[in-house]
Design a protein around this ligand. Structure first.
Ligand SMILES: NC(=O)C1=CN([C@@H]2O[C@H](COP(=O)(O)OP(=O)(O)OC[C@H]3O[C@@H](n4cnc5c(N)ncnc54)[C@H](O)[C@@H]3O)[C@@H](O)[C@H]2O)C=CC1
Ligand code: BAL
Length: 499
């Protein structure tokens, strides 16, 4: 853990920040072509932090043109992978040098706690970029087992110009998950940050330039979904698009691709993730800590949040007692106070959405109160398996508890959702653990812990949670490369008659 400062020290840093507000295209900051701006707001206070360029299709066209120029002339796409690696490592080091500033900027813009920004978001961003940089000069192409008279090479090439559409819940980290493998692979990118949280992506673009990423390779175009996301999704000269966000908006990107140039689309979307606790699970205190972390970390604004606790009857009361004790240790308040674990929800609109799930039927075991952008960690005991709190992604600090009689019923209930992003299963029986892990239809299943794996493991969803490729792991590079076969005829003219 980095050494945390006091609230007053963080506030002093916040007061001294220079916030980037213009689009970053072709290596420099520029206003939107229309001259329009939008307010970016600190959700913890309601204060306007800055006026950010409100870009539209004209800016997207310009950014794509510059990204295409950069891709075609090879200033990045044809650099030796080892050189791209050095530049990206320099970027990771620059982020480290500016870590505190970025952590404060991220917290101000998103409502996330400074504790999380300092201990997770910024260090994981650095780790992610370094990992992909280190990987890129260690991936080999292949030679296929063709006949003696042929050599067939199967090579990977960067896919080209890529649109990266980001959510607001991990603005820096999702940026890293996407630009890490995309830039390492040699692509040129146009990043569209969520309109709630544009600041850190713009600052990273500036640092990337300083690190040596050539102009036109990393562009950041802030603005709304319809004004920037849609033109990017429909652009005829964008080769691939990677999106993280809601399932509803993910579906739109498939339509945009189908109605334009059939660009490759990868979608990482919502979840209603189960944490299954069977009655033979050991160390309930540890399990309770995992469940609480899974449900309330990042205010539950996490696609892999374990928002459904499915617990076997025999262990329910003892587990709930411990869960309540752990949840009470999650203080809520000023995101810049490093003792707090629960900050503000990202926006008034999102706050209203989360509040709409509170006070509607189920028995409240804890929390349930919400005020001025902050929602208390809330635990609901629910019998009705069709309840909205059980079926819909709330994306807030709300845990629904469902009780089952058997392990089979638990697995069936875990799968009773349109989503399939992540799940966890807690049991001391290895066979039940592995049978459960295989039976749950989700992209990541953790056993006796909550988590998303790490940078080395692919992350993405089954069913309505995911489409196309994966983020993280070597597999992330599949999104940003395409495979070409080069078939070479070795036969002599004497060996083979050609019609
Ligand atoms: N899987 C995840 O990590 C995330 C899930 N969500 C879920 O989505 C819900 C709604 O949040 P939103 O911010 O509205 O998510 P969203 O999916 O609409 O936004 C994600 C990104 O898509 C862009 N976008 C929005 N509408 C678009 C359109 N018509 N065309 C092109 N791009 C568009 C946004 O500007 C943003 O950059 C949340 O309550 C949560 O349930 C939200 C953010 C992240
Ligand atoms: N938890 C990382 C992916 C997401 O929430 O968007």
């Amino acid at each position: 853990m980095s050494d945390l400062l006091t609230t007053e020290e963080y506030k002093a840093i916040a007061a001294g920040l220079t916030l980037p507000t213009q689009a970053f295209i072709d290596g420099s900051f520029r206003p939107a072509k229309s001259g329009k701006t939008f307010d970016t707001v600190n959700p913890a206070t309601g204060a306007v932090l800055a006026k950010v360029a409100a870009c539209d299709a004209a800016d997207v066209d310009f950014a794509v043109e510059k990204a295409r120029d950069a891709f075609e002339d090879g200033r990045w796409s044809r650099l030796h992978p080892g050189e791209r690696k050095q530049v990206l490592i320099r970027l990771a080091k620059l982020i480290k040098r500016n870590a505190r500033e970025l952590a404060v900027m991220e917290s101000l813009d998103s409502g996330k706690t400074i504790y999380d920004c300092e201990t997770v978001d910024v260090p994981e961003t650095i780790h992610c970029l370094t990992w992909h940089a280190e990987l890129i000069d260690k991936i080999y192409d292949q030679v296929s087992p063709a006949s003696d008279n042929h050599i067939a090479m199967v090579v990977r090439e960067p896919v080209g110009v890529v649109g990266l559409v980001l959510p607001w819940n991990f603005p820096l980290l999702m940026l890293a998950w996407k630009i890490g493998p995309a830039l390492a692979s040699g692509c040129s990118v146009i990043v569209k940050p969520a309109e709630e949280t544009s600041l850190t992506a713009l600052r990273i673009a500036e640092l990337a330039m300083e690190a040596g990423v050539p102009a036109g390779v990393l562009n950041v175009v802030p603005g709304s979904g319809p004004e920037v996301g849609e033109p990017l999704g429909r652009h005829m000269d964008v080769d691939a698009l990677s999106f993280t966000g809601s399932t509803e908006t993910g579906r739109r990107f498939l339509r945009y691709a189908a109605e334009s140039n059939l660009k490759e689309v990868t979608l990482e979307m919502g979840g209603k993730n189960p944490a299954v606790v069977l009655d033979d699970a050991e160390n309930l205190d540890r399990i309770a800590a995992h469940v609480v972390n899974g449900a309330f970390w990042n205010m539950g604004e996490n696609c892999s949040a374990s928002s459904r606790l499915i617990v076997q009857k025999g262990v329910k009361d003892a587990l709930l007692k411990r869960i309540l004790a752990h949840a009470r240790e999650w203080p809520m308040g000023d995101p810049l106070d490093p003792v707090n674990r629960v900050g503000a929800l990202v926006s008034p609109a999102h706050f209203d959405k989360v509040c709409s799930y509170l006070g509607k039927g189920p028995k409240v075991l804890m929390g349930g109160k919400a005020e001025d952008g902050f929602v208390e960690p809330t635990i609901l005991d629910i019998d009705d398996r069709r309840a909205v709190q059980v079926r819909e992604e709330i994306f807030g600090p709300v845990l629904s508890v469902l009780t089952v009689d058997s392990a089979d019923e638990a697995i069936a209930l875990a799968n009773d959702t349109e989503y399939g992003l992540a799940a966890s299963i807690f049991t001391s029986n290895i066979k039940r653990a592995l049978r459960g892990a295989r039976a749950i239809r989700a992209g990541t299943v953790t056993v006796n812990s909550f988590g998303e794996g790490d940078i080395s493991t692919p992350f993405g969803g089954f069913k309505s949670s995911g489409f196309g490729g994966r983020d993280n792991g070597i597999q992330a590079h599949d999104q940003y490369t395409q495979i070409k076969t080069i078939w070479i005829d070795l036969s002599d003219d004497r060996d083979e008659a050609v019609d």
